[in-house]
Design a protein around this ligand. Structure first.
Ligand SMILES: NC(=O)c1ccc[n+]([C@@H]2O[C@H](COP(=O)([O-])OP(=O)(O)OC[C@H]3O[C@@H](n4cnc5c(N)ncnc54)[C@H](OP(=O)(O)O)[C@@H]3O)[C@@H](O)[C@H]2O)c1
Length: 300
């Protein structure tokens, strides 16, 4: 059995990953999409999921104690400060979690011989590109959150696995799809930006991708996201339609029209290319529309 320690296990991705590693399909997940063609069996992994309550990753000594006590083969580090706008006025805490916490996990993995898989973000890019970003493209984060996540990447060792993903949505997470469903139910139309383009990713699919990274343990940076690139406006329209509304329930706006203006700047284009993943022999991530249909199939 491969022993896997998961940090941030009560978060959006953490819950789905624990399900996948235990051999279950998380809510909103695909029964048939397995990136390396093999389903996870219930006796393949022994999973220790640590929540924020169990382990504060900003406590260096506690991180080392936890890793020494569990002696995992692989650590999947999902604990993170993810409040992108709040981070602008809470930089110290954001960096403590995302930079230093990630560094402590890499140190602890190194000292015990465990392999670290850590998750990063499309917000390490500035959005000036016009084609999906590859792993070797130049980073230039626009805000505190993106800078802290990039700083976390840089605290990792070359042998660690860094998985960048984007626009993550899961049934057990806080995300816009739940908001849209509530607004449709209340008959309250919504406005969404059509000038931010990215690759929406369903946490149940990401969890299957992470299980493959746990099996294969490739080093370096990897991009994983559902495909193809789209705007938040198109995601909102698809969600509203899935809830029984029509396209005109969603009004397209520009980022400049958002009220109140968000504290953090976001890249206007941050789609992630999965070419490296596919070239390595793994199955192309499913289309985001497929993930969205599964989200609303299982949400109720
Ligand atoms: N959500 C996205 O759109 C997105 C996009 C790209 C990349 N990512 C990355 O994907 C990973 C998983 O994100 P997610 O969507 O699952 O986020 P999430 O739902 O916010 O989960 C993060 C978890 O980390 C915990 N946490 C926060 N500070 C901690 C600390 N000091 N010590 C231990 N645990 C702590 C949180 O617990 P509390 O809630 O109790 O604080 C929460 O359970 C993160 O690395 C994130 O940066 C997310």
């Amino acid at each position: 059995m491969i022993k896997v320690l998961v940090t941030g296990a009560a978060g959006q991705v953490g819950r789905d990953l624990v399900d996948v590693l235990l051999g279950y399909t998380p809510p909103g997940g695909s029964e048939t999409w397995h990136p390396d063609g093999r389903a996870v069996h219930s006796d393949e992994f022994a999973v220790v999921g640590l929540t924020h309550h169990d382990l504060d990753v900003t406590d260096e000594a506690a991180v080392h104690r936890a890793i020494r006590a569990v002696q995992p083969d692989v650590i999947v580090h999902l604990a993170a400060y993810t409040a992108v706008d709040q981070a602008e006025s809470d930089s110290e805490r954001c960096f403590a979690v995302n930079e230093r916490g990630t560094g402590y996990l890499s140190d602890a993995a190194d000292s015990t011989g465990a392999h670290l898989v850590t998750v990063s973000t499309d917000y390490v890019f500035d959005g000036a590109g016009n084609r999906p970003y590859s792993e070797s493209d130049t980073t230039n984060p626009l805000g505190v959150y993106g800078r802290s996540k990039l700083a976390g990447e840089l605290r990792c060792r070359p042998r660690d696995t860094i998985v960048r993903t984007s626009w993550v949505m899961g049934i057990r997470g806080r995300n816009v799809l739940h908001v849209i469903a509530q607004r449709v139910a209340a008959g309250e139309p919504v406005r969404f930006v059509n000038d931010q383009i990215g690759t929406p990713t369903f946490s149940a699919d990401l969890a299957r991708g992470l299980a493959t990274f746990v099996r294969e343990r490739p080093s370096g940076v990897w991009h994983f996201a559902n495909q193809p690139a789209t705007s938040w406006y198109e995601v909102a329209v698809a969600a509203a339609e899935a809830c029984g509304a029509t396209r005109d329930f969603v009004t397209p706006i520009t980022s400049g029209e958002l009220t109140p203006a968000p504290a953090a700047r976001r890249p206007s284009y941050s789609a992630l290319s999965t070419e490296k993943w596919v070239a390595a022999g793994f199955r192309e991530p499913l289309e985001w529309r497929d993930g969205l249909a599964r989200f609303f199939r299982d949400r109720s």
